[in-house]
Design a protein around this ligand. Structure first.
Ligand SMILES: C[S@@+](CC[C@H](N)C(=O)[O-])C[C@H]1O[C@@H](n2cnc3c(N)ncnc32)[C@H](O)[C@@H]1O
Length: 228
């Protein structure tokens, strides 16, 4: 799927990856870094943590490891907050070294540059194994499709698949049902997608949606909570 992948620069100066074959990029053109912080860290992880402080470790499931940006920012959050995180991510089409070794995320915030070795290790660590990468961050990366993945119970879902226009099968209600079923009570599901059909499906699957602003360049995103 990603054999012709190209690095592009988004509006906040951070890189994303563009796939000519499907005319789709891995992040918003308005800023990959800002998007990831906003949707997954701020409105996903931090929002969940504020409501569930005593519940450790934090279990996160990500659909689409891609550039590793969400995983890396989460690793930094775990270290800075000294909160143990178990991170399960799936990616059927890992990026080549030629691409991931050139991504510029470690340059965006100079206070985080020293986390470069961890960024590289996120990519170079063996697939289909789980291991602690740092004191507080334990990760399992699998080269499996969501359709075939075995899901563990999780507190937070980073649903970062390609858009419903490009990969409608990943937004299918039955597949979403499998993801929602894996969520723990008080769990949260976050994604950049704000499509009405997605919102309706998540509500029908029992999640309560709240209104949250989208990242720069986007009015809305979607966040759904599982009841306690
Ligand atoms: C929008 S990109 C986001 C990637 C990543 N979260 C990031 O920040 O770079 C979507 C990712 O989903 C992956 N993907 C494609 N088909 C998939 C499938 N069937 N199941 C899970 N992930 C898939 C793609 O290879 C790509 O890496």
């Amino acid at each position: 799927m990603n054999k012709d992948a190209k690095i592009i620069v988004t509006e906040d100066g951070s890189h994303s990856v563009y796939l000519p074959e499907i005319n789709e990029s891995y992040h918003s053109s308005h800023g990959a870094y800002r998007e990831s912080i906003h949707i997954f860290l701020l409105y996903g992880l931090e929002a969940w943590f504020a409501r569930n402080r005593g519940k450790l470790p934090v279990r996160i499931f990500e659909v689409g490891f891609g550039t590793g940006l969400n995983a890396w920012l989460t690793l930094i959050w775990a270290e800075q907050n000294q909160v143990p995180v178990l991170y399960h991510t799936i990616e059927p089409f890992p990026l080549e070294k030629e691409i991931f070794s050139k991504l510029n995320y470690i340059e965006i915030d100079e206070t985080l540059t020293h986390y470069n070795p961890q960024f590289q290790r996120l990519h170079t660590m063996e697939w289909n194994t789980g291991k602690p990468l740092t004191e507080y961050f334990n990760i399992k990366k699998e080269t499996v499709k969501l359709e075939d993945a075995m899901l563990y119970s999780t507190d937070i879902v980073y649903f970062d698949a390609f858009s419903p226009k490009k990969q409608p099968e990943l937004w299918d209600k039955d597949l979403l049902a499998k993801v929602v079923a894996s969520m723990n009570p008080n769990g949260v599901f976050v994604t950049y997608c704000a499509a009405a059909k997605l919102k309706k499906n998540l509500q029908e699957l029992g999640l309560s949606l709240d209104e949250v602003p989208g990242p720069p360049g986007k009015k809305e995103m979607t966040r759904g909570w599982k009841s306690s």
